[in-house]
Design a protein around this ligand. Structure first.
Ligand code: HEC
Ligand code: HEC
Ligand code: HEC
Ligand code: HEC
Ligand code: HEC
Ligand code: HEC
Length: 659
């Protein structure tokens, strides 16, 4: 085919940009696999679904919508006129679905476990349906498109003939799978009502996704046709585009009516006028998807104009992608309260993925008969001229496509690496997780009927004052230092009693601030997970007498002034004698390990030793002995506290504590 690709600068620049983004994305994807999501994304436990789901997957599926809509138009409704763009639409759909799969592979990780979906089927899971449809539909699309790739090889002619005969069944299968899948993506979000802003949740999510996919598909084919004809300097098929976008104007009002009536019936329409950001987002989305395109395509003044068709296609596509992103993530922020902004590296992966697919698309366009009519060459004369007199080229000779791609790819990879480095530098300072001090509480202690040991409950929680009085009461600590609600109830008093009463403290409180009998562990182990240097030189100088203090620690004035040479911390911070907390050999002096390590280092260590004496009835070292409590969240704790206060339970508690 004679596409003028060698001197078309538009195409050359576009391709170089695409290669550049691919290079950057490849490096970042490699880092994501080597070092994990934390290094490459802004995802958190609260926002586990980010840009890669909201954009890559959902808009990849959106690209796919063009395939089934056009296939249906031509093969089912017999509009032969559109035959010319079917192949391109099917190719886009195919690449879109490959994009979905690649997006998921980068996001989920562990692609080597993908097969497990089909072995351990969970037939009730929408995700299972989504996965099955994606795989089957991608296969069908590959078969639909295969003749285009194979028709140039003589050996493949029988296969091509077979596939061409099977085209109608394949297309019908494809449409069925695709509609199933477009709508099952909607049903997936039926499950997430609790996480979504009411303007985007709908029990009618399934039909809404399907109907919008039809409009989106029509707009997508139009947009893609416009872009490629611009790129290859080829006359756009405006009469087809006009027909496609016109069809969309019939679908969009249906979508709008269902959406608004549904919100109205469920009494959620009020959210659309409450002046919040989400209300603005809602109307912006509807304006992009429905209002502006429908106006542009129907008003007599603009109807049929190329620019109006172009803009409405662009608005519809971006509007519906926004809709998918809203359903899949943005609207969740209203509930989670966590603002998620994708990391730059996350963004680049998405762009690189789309770029890679675009390059494959362009490759197919240039090398295969994707267009039944090859475009006419528009700029034949833009050739590099050779000056025979002084033997120089006139005009900058572009070097070959292969070299150009390689340079762009490498440049992209370098930039990708820099981005990852920047990201790592920004994040390697781990998010601090400060520790909260333990709280004094009253516990009820009842024998555990299910096994050895006991069940502990907060006396003031749930059980209420009356039952609490009947059960055995204990003084205890509620240790929820991470503040995440995963608390441990610790019978501080009972442990003291059984470990030697007033003498016991030193067993666990291995280091104290001078004068303290027992300093709270949270005073020094100040981060949940990260070690923390507890030593402050300036603080000690002040506390020990300023300029007079030096000799108290730097015992020999000519010795090196290091931690090892200075007076040992424990010499002043209470005797190490009798404590069961032993610093591990690799511990750095004065650097306290994270709080969780401190707790496990103390509690788990002793419990495991005790277990050895209990032999087969051993239970003290099991995780559940200490970890059996949790508030769903802080709000639940606050709610309970209020309830207890109202019931007078807290009063009992304080009285008992002050004994
Ligand atoms: C010096 C040893 C030692 C240390 C340190 C220790 N424990 Fe214990 N703990 C015991 C022994 C012994 C028992 C069993 C007492 C009994 O059943 O009367 C026990 C019992 C318990 C129980 C009750 C189990 C049940 O079902 O009856 C809990 C809960 C518990 N410990 C939590 C902790 C936590 C949390 C820590 C750390 C903050 C800790 N313990 C530190 C020795 C220790
Ligand atoms: C079995 C180990 C153990 C023994 C024995 C022990 N403690 Fe504790 N103590 C702890 C743990 C664990 C905490 C909670 C962790 C923290 O403070 O961050 C704690 C917390 C404290 C706190 C701060 C929390 C609060 O109540 O406000 C004080 C004060 C305290 N202990 C005093 C003592 C005294 C006094 C003794 C001796 C009579 C003693 N402890 C014996 C393990 C022990
Ligand atoms: C005054 C500060 C301070 C307080 C209070 C304190 N620690 Fe430590 N802890 C340290 C420091 C510093 C280390 C590091 C080892 C060293 O320098 O001795 C350490 C080490 C430990 C270790 C050893 C971990 C390892 O692998 O090296 C455990 C376990 C531990 N602390 C538990 C506790 C518990 C439990 C409490 C409360 C009952 C507590 N600590 C209170 C400062 C403190
Ligand atoms: C509580 C004990 C203590 C006292 C008091 C003290 N030092 Fe130090 N000093 C240390 C320790 C421990 C180090 C090692 C610091 C480190 O590793 O961060 C140190 C380090 C130093 C250093 C090395 C510089 C550095 O930052 O690495 C100098 C110099 C020094 N001390 C001078 C003094 C002088 C002067 C005074 C009196 C005004 C004094 N120190 C008081 C414990 C003490
Ligand atoms: C010469 C005695 C002495 C030595 C040695 C010493 N300290 Fe201290 N330390 C003190 C005194 C005194 C205070 C102040 C107590 C106060 O503020 O009430 C203190 C306070 C502290 C505190 C509590 C600060 C606060 O914010 O409450 C920590 C933590 C601490 N020291 C850690 C260390 C470490 C780690 C070392 C060893 C590298 C060390 N100390 C060596 C005497 C000493
Ligand atoms: C003897 C008591 C005890 C046993 C047994 C125990 N833990 Fe813990 N664990 C604690 C305490 C106390 C904390 C600190 C809780 C807090 O501050 O919220 C903790 C914290 C944790 C945390 C951090 C929680 C958070 O909020 O981030 C994890 C994770 C954890 N434990 C896992 C385990 C596992 C897994 C086991 C079994 C192998 C286990 N623990 C056994 C006492 C215990």
């Amino acid at each position: 085919m004679s596409l003028n690709t060698a001197t078309n600068r538009r195409l050359i620049t576009t391709k170089a940009t695409l290669w550049f983004l691919v290079g950057a994305a490849l490096v970042i994807a490699a880092v994501r696999y080597a070092l994990g999501l934390g290094r490459t994304t802004a995802l958190t436990d609260t926002t586990p679904w980010g840009m890669w789901i909201g954009f890559d997957v959902l808009s990849g599926v959106a690209l796919g919508a063009g395939g089934f809509v056009l296939a249906a138009t031509v093969y089912v409704f017999g509009r032969e006129r559109y035959h010319g763009v079917v192949r391109a639409a099917v190719l886009t759909a195919f690449l879109g679905y490959i994009g979905v799969i690649l997006g998921l592979v980068v996001d989920l990780g562990r692609p080597w476990n993908l097969w497990a979906i089909f072995i351990s089927q969970n037939l009730h899971s929408p995700l299972f349906e989504v996965a099955t449809c994606v795989v089957l539909y991608t296969t069908v699309l590959a078969l639909e498109f295969a003749p285009v790739g194979l028709e140039r090889f003589s050996w493949a002619q029988p296969i091509v003939r077979g596939l061409k005969k099977a085209v109608v069944p394949l297309v019908i299968l494809g449409i069925a799978l695709s509609t199933l899948h477009q709508s099952s993506l909607g049903s997936l979000f039926l499950l997430t009502e609790a996480r979504m802003h009411p303007l985007w949740y709908s029990p009618l999510q399934t039909p809404l996704f399907l109907i919008s996919a039809v409009a989106l598909g029509l707009a997508m084919v139009t947009l893609e046709g416009m872009i490629t004809s611009w790129l290859y300097k080829r006359e756009g098929e405006w009469s087809l585009f006009k027909g496609l976008t016109r069809a969309a104007t019939f679908v969009l009002p249906i979508y709008l009516v269902i959406r608004l009536v549904d919100l109205g019936v469920r009494g959620s329409l009020g959210y659309a006028v409450d002046g919040s950001w989400f209300a603005v987002l809602f109307w912006t989305e509807l304006a992009m998807c429905v209002f502006i395109p429908v106006l542009l395509l129907t008003l007599p003044r603009t109807r049929g104009r190329n620019w109006a068709i172009g803009w409405s296609a662009l608005l519809m596509v971006s509007g519906f992608i926004l809709h998918r992103a809203n359903v899949g993530g943005i609207s969740h922020m209203a509930v989670t309260g966590e603002a998620y902004v994708p990391a730059l590296t996350e963004l680049v992966i998405s762009m690189g993925l789309v770029s890679g697919l675009a390059l494959v698309f362009l490759f197919f366009i240039e090398k295969l008969n994707v267009w039944e009519e090859p475009p006419a060459e528009a700029d034949k004369f833009d050739r590099i001229a050779f000056d025979p007199v002084n033997q120089h080229y006139i005009g900058a000779p572009w070097f070959g496509g292969g070299q150009r791609a390689a340079v762009a790819l490498i440049a992209g990879a370098v930039v990708g690496l820099i981005m990852v480095e920047a990201q790592v530098a920004e994040r390697s300072v781990n998010q601090p997780s400060p520790v909260e001090a333990p709280r004094n509480v009253l516990l009820t202690r009842t024998a555990d009927i299910a096994g050895p040991g006991h069940v502990f409950e907060l006396a003031s929680l749930g059980t209420g004052g009356a039952t609490a009085a009947a059960a055995e009461l204990q003084r205890g600590l509620l240790i929820d230092s991470g503040g995440a609600g995963r608390y441990v109830l610790f019978e501080h008093g009972a442990h003291q009693d059984s470990l030697g009463g007033q003498q016991s403290c030193v067993l666990c409180h291995h280091r104290n601030v001078p004068l303290d009998l027992a300093t709270s562990c949270s005073h020094c182990h100040t981060d949940m997970y990260e070690p923390n240097d507890t030593f402050s030189h300036a603080g000690h100088e002040t506390a020990l007498g300023g300029r007079e203090s030096c000799a108290k620690c730097h015992l020999e004035s000519d010795a090196a002034k290091t931690r090892i040479a200075a007076k040992a911390c424990d010499d002043c911070h209470r005797p190490a004698a009798g404590t069961r907390v032993k610093a591990s050999p690799d511990a750095r002096i004065g650097v306290a390990p994270g709080y969780v390590d401190a707790m496990h280092g103390l509690c788990l260590d002793c419990h495991r030793q005790q277990d050895a004496t209990l032999a087969e009835n051993a239970y003290l070292g099991q995780c559940a002995t200490c970890h059996r409590h949790g508030f769903d969240d802080k709000e639940e704790l606050i709610r309970w506290s209020r309830e207890v206060a109202r019931a007078g339970g807290a009063g009992d508690g304080t009285k008992a504590m002050n004994r």
